[in-house]
Design a protein around this ligand. Sequence first.
Ligand SMILES: Nc1ncnc2c1ncn2[C@@H]1O[C@H](COP(=O)(O)OP(=O)(O)O)[C@@H](O)[C@H]1O
Ligand SMILES: [Mg+2]
Length: 357
Amino acid sequence: MWLTQLTCRRFRCLDEIDFTPGPGLNIIHGDNAQGKTSLLEAFLYVCTARSHRTLHERELVSHGDDGFSITAVAQRSDREVTLEAHYWQRAKRFKINGVAQTRISDILGRINTVFFSPEDVGLIKGSATQRRRFLDMEISQINPRYLVALQQYRQILKQRNSLLKQHRPDPTMLDVWDAQLVPSGETVMRERDAFVRALSVRATEAYARIAADEELALAYAPDLEDPASFAATLEQARETDIRRKQTTRGPHRDDISIVIAGKPARIFGSQGQQKSAALALKLAEIELIHDQAGEYPILMLDEVLAELDAHRAQHLFESLADKVQCLVTTTERELTEKIGGRPYRRYQMTRGRLEAQ
Ligand SMILES: Nc1ncnc2c1ncn2[C@@H]1O[C@H](COP(=O)(O)OP(=O)(O)O)[C@@H](O)[C@H]1O
Ligand SMILES: [Mg+2]
């Protein structure tokens, strides 16, 4: 699939943007703080109802304004899809092909995207929270049922935790929350397990192509070995939970184990290995979305080129070949070595204005 048109109004520092990228490689050039990342962020927001930089929509509104709007039109193999996001006086509204939507889970996956920025190395060397966020975002994109279960799980967990904060929490109420937490928690664990298994195969393949003589191995590292044991585990942990005033066991403690050449990449990986692993994860995600959605997603690369050496950059573009639409931002002027002789469309971003060149 490919983005044919993106329009934004009053989003961050962006002026009136009407972006009509081509199906292949699109390079958005500009100095720092001109609005390049904001452009990708706007596209990400309209597709996922989330920004990668903030949880607060009001930060996305151009200073001094009351709201923003974003429209994206994408061409899928058999149809065109239009997504709209409007934020006005603290209310957000979404439309698909002109029809108002009430659930975020209905919006996700209509236009599939993969976003890659230098911060994604945090997936390898950062905390488990970052890896869980990655799982949650990516699984939700290909499996809307997952988001429904996840939202239920989070909501019940919050209520259970606030009960645990009370002096001598009522055991019957705890029973009620436990009974509700178990089914959504089990779904979350099972879907994560299936996703990481599929991702792992693709990531190992991708990594082998980037770093020929080493192996990358990914595995789901759940807090509970067996999802079916969730009810029993909650029961066993109840006294501890009451003492610590929080739910100590469950998928909110999950992680992904990432091992390069037999050693945990988070601790022992060199910077180069960690960057290659982050790249392999993203390439794996692209293939996985293709497997599940039947079409390649749209890839956004935010300032990634500067981070990748010529070898990794060339590898990246070779493996994408002409299958994937890429929206690439960069401050670098000289790109020939990194993108090879590939044709591309070039745009210039200056103080929130985008110009095709
Ligand atoms: N809500 C907002 N309204 C207006 N300007 C904003 C808003 N949020 C961020 N900015 C400004 O937008 C500018 C461009 O940001 P960014 O898109 O990250 O640029 P780039 O990726 O080109 O470096 C920054 O100078 C930032 O201060
Ligand atoms: Mg930027």
